[in-house]
Design a protein around this ligand. Structure first.
Ligand code: SAH
Ligand code: SF4
Ligand code: F3S
Length: 439
């Protein structure tokens, strides 16, 4: 028998791409490929790409330039481009970089083994369909390999909201929810392989409405059913839209013990004028009231968010409204980005903010968020929290895990193994992580 072929995957973008890359590795595993951590000795290189901001998309082309050098030295090397850049740009990718052999979008990677056969015979393969068949079903008979304690599980894909800045509705397509019984089966399978925490994924995860027993299930109903799975200790979900934060989902945060006290709820801006121009369909006040209701159900919940600064036509006053909203909410964490015009989206055609002014606003916003996040971390000192241990730390005898609030926690000299869920007393807060001792 010949040696197995080696597969190298580089993943960009959101957690859904991380999930998809795992599925691609499994699909190619069935076709005789084993994973490698180095592009240099790979027979097949896959870049699973992100199109959300221009920088993210351009990174792919510079990376492909490097991959082309490898291919010049080893002509048998196959190069594939997957994900959202592939979906958005299709054949253009091979035109810009002829060393690429395959281009396929987020909805067709279950066809990879068949695409590989075509690529091996010298064909350039492009598959950016939105097929009728279900890729999750096509891939469900996966190898029973042991898994890390924390796993992602995609439950919903695509988006119908069409925020004026965003490519997701174009690259991921219309919003589709997977049936709950398939999600529950996948969750049980993950638990059998050592998983104790599952993060439910969707571009718009709280819009979940999977067809199940007794009609469409809400995300809250799915979470309550998952909480019954023995051996599954923690449930999280991301990313949510404020307008889909229903009463039953808010109530679940107060009632379901396994649902962790952390919520990523992007608002993008605190200016009503900008929110309207973004097509977000809610006001700043409505968002702040929503956060109050969520905190009434679960007072200790850590709120995380996303912000875009320098959106077209954003004035100094609009930006101050965003800073006011941040002060009103007090975030434990947030991601913030300078607006990046994306071809084909409505906002790309509008009057752009001066880039230097946008950079200045971004720096001010990030300073405020960092201050709030540090305050939230300092507030953890002296408290007892749950920690799911994941791996050894950098120091001898140290283990690292994640707290209920998703903070990294270091514990030294304790008898714990990856997958252990233990109570930990927090003793100190650093810039990026907490330190603690078993309680
Ligand atoms: N579905 C999620 C977000 C998905 S994209 C939601 O509705 O919030 C992740 C984040 O990238 C967004 O929340 C937004 O903050 C940022 N983003 C999206 N498009 C962008 C663009 N054109 N320029 C800058 N940031 C952008
Ligand atoms: Fe993009 Fe999120 Fe808006 Fe959908 S809801 S268009 S994914 S930002
Ligand atoms: Fe990027 Fe596509 Fe995710 S554009 S953020 S990889 S949905």
């Amino acid at each position: 028998m010949s040696d197995p072929k080696k597969l190298f995957i580089r993943t960009y973008g959101c957690q859904m791409n991380v999930y998809d890359s795992e599925r691609m590795a499994e699909a190619l595993g069935g076709a005789g490929y084993v994973g490698t951590d180095s592009a240099d000795d790979a027979d097949m290189i896959l870049l699973n790409t992100c199109h959300i901001r221009e920088k993210a998309a351009e990174k792919v082309y510079s990376e492909l330039g490097r991959m082309k050098e490898l291919k010049t030295a080893r002509p048998d090397l196959k190069i594939g481009v997957a994900g959202c850049v592939a979906q958005a740009e299709g054949a253009e990718i091979i035109r810009r970089q002829p060393a690429v052999d395959l281009v396929f979008g987020p909805q067709t990677y279950h066809r990879l083994p068949e695409m590989m056969v075509r690529a091996d015979s010298g064909e350039k393969v492009i598959d950016t369909d939105f097929p009728a068949e279900d890729k999750f079903e096509a891939l469900k008979d996966r190898p029973k390999a042991r898994r890390a304690p924390s796993a992602f599980l995609t439950v919903q894909e695509g988006c119908d909201k069409f925020c004026a800045f965003c490519v997701v509705p174009y690259t991921r397509g219309v919003e589709i929810s997977r049936p709950p019984e398939r999600i529950l089966a996948e969750a049980r399978d993950l638990v059998e392989r050592g998983v104790r925490e599952i993060t439910l994924l969707g571009q718009n995860v709280n819009a979940y409405h999977g067809p199940g027993e007794g009609g469409d299930w809400s995300l809250a109903r799915l979470i309550r059913a998952l909480a019954e799975v023995d051996g599954l200790e923690r449930i999280r979900f991301t990313t949510s839209h404020p307008n889909d934060m229903t009463d039953d989902l808010i109530a679940a945060h107060g009632e379901v013990e396994k649902l962790m006290p952390y919520l990523h709820l992007p608002v993008q801006s605190g200016s009503d004028r900008i929110l309207k121009r973004m097509n977000r369909q809610h006001s700043a006040e409505a968002y702040i009231r929503l956060i109050e209701r969520i905190r009434a159900a679960r007072p200790d919940i850590l709120i995380s968010g996303d912000f875009i600064v320098g959106f077209p036509e954003e004035t100094a006053e609009d930006f101050e409204a965003t800073m006011d909203l941040i002060r009103a909410v007090n975030y434990g964490q947030a991601f913030s980005f300078k607006y990046s015009p994306r071809p084909g989206t409505p906002a790309a055609e509008r009057a752009q903010v001066d880039p230097a002014e946008a950079s200045d606003r971004l720096a001010r916003l990030q300073a405020l968020i960092n201050e709030q996040a540090a305050g939230v971390m300092a507030g953890m000192v002296g408290r007892e929290v749950g920690v799911l241990f994941e791996k050894p730390g950098r120091m001898d005898g140290q283990m690292v895990g994640k707290s209920d609030y998703l903070h990294a926690v270091h514990v030294s000299g304790a008898d714990v193994a990856p997958g252990d869920l233990r109570r930990v007393r927090i003793t100190g807060a650093g810039p990026n992580s907490l330190a603690g001792a078993l309680a």
